[in-house]
Write a protein that binds this ligand. Sequence first.
Ligand code: FES
Length: 131
Amino acid sequence: MKTLPKFGSGAGFYVPAQRSNVATKTSVMIETCDASLIVSEDDNLLDVLLASGHEIDYQCRGGYCGSCRVKVSSGSVEYDDFPLAHIGSDEILPCCCRAATESLKLEVSLRQADCPQQGDLFDGNCLSKKK
Ligand code: FES
């Protein structure tokens, strides 16, 4: 599992750079397939995942299209408005929600270019390195 550097300090975890008031908010631990992130409870999950280099599709950013759908292994989220896109009981739409528990496990991976464990497409051995 890759632990992303904290923006600006070089310490262990990713924290969105725009959040200067993180200390006054409840921190949330997000674990993905290959990274751990500490974010504020107010952070939009799609913004956090994209900023930390995760591979995630999105279109509407409003809970309508469902293209950002991600499976959640543990924890829960809350939506500002109930999303219109269909999601399963183990899925969330990160474009329009925030973490509602102190930890959240999401089944999403880093983009290959950001993930040191992944092989290069042209190194001749990338298929054997994929999960
Ligand atoms: S981007 Fe459309 S539902 Fe999330």
